[in-house]
Each structure stands twice: as C-alpha cells, then as structure tokens.
Design a protein around this ligand. Structure first.
Ligand SMILES: CC(C)(COP(=O)(O)OP(=O)(O)OC[C@H]1O[C@@H](n2cnc3c(N)ncnc32)[C@H](O)[C@@H]1OP(=O)(O)O)[C@@H](O)C(=O)NCCC(=O)NCCS
Length: 182
C-alpha cells in the first residue's frame, strides 16, 4: 500500500501539515513501543501491566505481515510516529480467519484532534481489502470514552459486556465488545 493522505485530514496542531497514514516500518517500532507503554503505565485502556519490549512489537509486525493483516502508523511531516493501529486475528482457530480485533493508540499529545478518526478510517479500509469480514474492539469503559465514541462514530455496535474480568491498579474492570461488519 502506498502512502496516502489521511482522510478525514487530521492536524496535529493548528500549523502542522496533515498526518499521513501508511504501513508500519521497522524503524517505527521503538516509537510504537513507547506510545503503548505510556498507557501500560498510566491507564486501564490496556490490560497489560508490564511494559512491553521491542521484541513484542517485532513479533507482532512479523505475525501481521505473515497473516496479511494491516498494521498502520500515523506519521508527522518528519516521519515521527503520532499513533498506530492494527487488526489481529481474534482467535487462532482457523474458523475465525475472517474476524479480527482492532487496536488503536495515539501519542497523548496527538489525541483529541481528529487523528483517531483518520487512523481508524484507514484501518477499516485496509481491513476490508485484507479480506476481513468482522472487526471487534475490546474497550475498558471507564478509561476509554474517546475510544467508545470513535468506534460508535464508525458504525461499531455493542456486542457484549464482560463484568469484572480485569484487575489493574487495584480496581476490578469490565470490558465492552463493539463490533463492525465490513
Ligand atoms: C481513542 C483514540 C484513538 C481516539 O482518537 P482521537 O484522535 O483522540 O479522537 P478523535 O479526535 O478522532 O475523536 C473521535 C471521536 O471521539 C470523541 N472524543 C474525543 N475525545 C473524547 C473523550 N475524551 N471523551 C469522549 N469522546 C471523545 C470526538 O468528539 C469524536 O467524536 P465526533 O466526531 O462524533 O465528535 C485516542 O484518544 C487514544 O489513543 N486514546 C488513548 C488510547 C486508547 O484509549 N486506545 C483505545 C483502546 S480501546
């Protein structure tokens, strides 16, 4: 997939050029790790409690490339990573091959300015082109209001509510499933 301008265009601040959405490159993986680890340390939007190392992201990149599923980054004009999104098979069993869980994270500085919409829109398009039929977002409801709003805006509908399935920072946590047919 070639570089394409983000649509709708997202600006990282009033004066910057539009972010570009493009497939991940190996050189992006340290920045992706750092963005993700920020949320591991500070938030219940992820249920990871230990920071991830580069090998986790190298493995994920290889897995997604092997399975032909999208792994995208939003980059600024200098190539700096502002956020990332990917779709990974929902379960390993083969009958699930047309279903994936989608994931999206922005750098805290890049959130709340429309970039999530641009990145999710690009991921939906890439997921459909990859042959996926169903996407599932798994969201912790108390921390991820923006994620719920973002997914609903793009047609994800409620598909389940698991109660008390996580514990982080001493709190018991639910998860919502939101689903979209592509
Ligand atoms: C979730 C995330 C990707 C959304 O991206 P974003 O660029 O911040 O969101 P956008 O500016 O594109 O806005 C998307 C929608 O959410 C709404 N929104 C944004 N921030 C919000 C907030 N804090 N609470 C509620 N709604 C919010 C916007 O109004 C917009 O809806 P609208 O177009 O109908 O008005 C981003 O905030 C993020 O990375 N958050 C931390 C990590 C995370 O939660 N990842 C998802 C894990 S499930």
């Amino acid at each position: 997939m070639s570089d394409t301008p983000a649509a709708p265009q997202a600006r990282t601040d009033a004066s910057s050029a539009p972010a570009r959405i493009r497939p991940v490159q190996d050189s992006n993986l340290p920045a992706i790790r750092d963005i993700y680890n920020h949320y591991v340390r500070t938030s219940t939007v992820t249920f990871d409690e230990e920071e991830t190392d580069l090998a986790v992201w190298e493995h994920k990149r290889e897995l997604l490339a092997e399975t032909g599923l999208p792994f995208l980054v939003a980059a600024d004009a200098d190539g700096g990573v502002l956020g990332f999104a990917y779709a990974q098979h929902w379960r390993a069993k083969s009958a699930y091959r047309f279903s994936a869980e989608n994931t999206i994270y922005l750098s805290p500085d890049a959130a709340g300015r429309g970039l999530g919409k641009a990145l999710l829109e690009a991921l939906l398009d890439a997921s459909a082109r990859a042959g996926l039929h169903e996407l599932i977002a798994v969201i912790e409801p108390t921390a991820a209001g923006a994620s719920i709003a973002l997914h609903r805006r793009y047609g994800f509908v409620d598909a389940g509510h698991l109660k008390g399935v996580g514990v982080k920072f001493g709190r018991t946590l639910d998860v919502l499933f939101l689903q979209k047919s592509l």
